[in-house]
Design a protein around this ligand. Sequence first.
Ligand SMILES: NC(=O)c1ccc[n+]([C@@H]2O[C@H](COP(=O)([O-])OP(=O)(O)OC[C@H]3O[C@@H](n4cnc5c(N)ncnc54)[C@H](O)[C@@H]3O)[C@@H](O)[C@H]2O)c1
Length: 325
Amino acid sequence: MTMKEDIRNKKVIVTGGLGFVGHNLVKKLVIDYQCDVTVVDNCLNSSPEVLKTIEGRYTLVKKSVIDSSWFPLMESADFIFHLACVQIAHSSSDPKMDLQVNAESTLSILEYLRSKNKGLRLKRFVYTSSASVYGSAKNYPSNEEGATKVLSHYAATKLLGENYTIIYNKQYEISTSVVRYSNVFGYGQSPNNPYCGVMGKFIHNALTGQPICIIGDGQQTRDYTFVTDAVDATILAAIHPHADGEIFNIGTGIEASVNSIADLVINTIPGVKIDYLPPRDIDNIRRRVMDITLIQSKLGWEPVVQLKDGVSRTIKWYRDNIITQ
Ligand SMILES: NC(=O)c1ccc[n+]([C@@H]2O[C@H](COP(=O)([O-])OP(=O)(O)OC[C@H]3O[C@@H](n4cnc5c(N)ncnc54)[C@H](O)[C@@H]3O)[C@@H](O)[C@H]2O)c1
């Protein structure tokens, strides 16, 4: 029996489960592992439409994560995945909301778990953080032991959320882990979401005859993670005994420039124009590449979808699901 069987048929809560990564995680838990999933999501920038193929096979609690009336549901949960977030594009326009959703909700959930600790069946609480916590720290590839030097409200509150997650593990022996995602892309990323990332925007524009807009000179780099890999790593962070109390980078270890992403898209969808636009204040990270040796060595996880393959799969998904509508 593989370790992944440890999550089969279990009761799971996914906050932000209608979001891009969240709904991919929920589908995997319901379809592959027959989990009894409750999604807590206030539909801030999402809709239950994304889970229509599994309608009736999960429960939606349409509430904010900061509204504690849903907290008693945690008493019967085996696993909690906390993904609800205010995205980076909104975080500086409403910093208090960003603090409440990304960090304060995490503290409140953990406090609730602490207050009920003895009677809980919880096996693990997983917090989803971001590579943005590395900010301008110049350790390439970035590793979990290296410095964090945040440059945005979003990065500040994600770092606070992960700090609380680790503090409650060390001080109160609640089983927790943190994953730091880097530029996740793939199926189900809505081009209407202002933070759908360059990949989603490039593909959507290319398929609808609009130019690809590169912000800055396009030499800035990121580490692009395909969503199925991010979901698999997140589940492993919930079930693996060696993930308890740990923070893991989730990425590929491969640095790709925005220009190279544009080239990959244009190679599959020829004839697309590129427009270069001036940089924005949230684009202040020049390089990003993740050191993934910790999760490779501790949990035996490897990303399996190569960038080129991920781009092809995403283009196909957009063609089949977005552009035809
Ligand atoms: N997508 C990426 O590339 C990426 C990179 C780094 C980190 N992350 C982290 O991964 C997690 C998931 O990201 P995503 O890309 O799926 O984001 P997303 O914006 O697509 O989804 C977030 C979900 O949270 C919900 N939400 C927002 N505020 C809420 C509230 N107050 N109460 C309940 N639900 C609320 C939204 O309605 C949405 O469904 C987040 O924690 C994010 O910080 C994502």
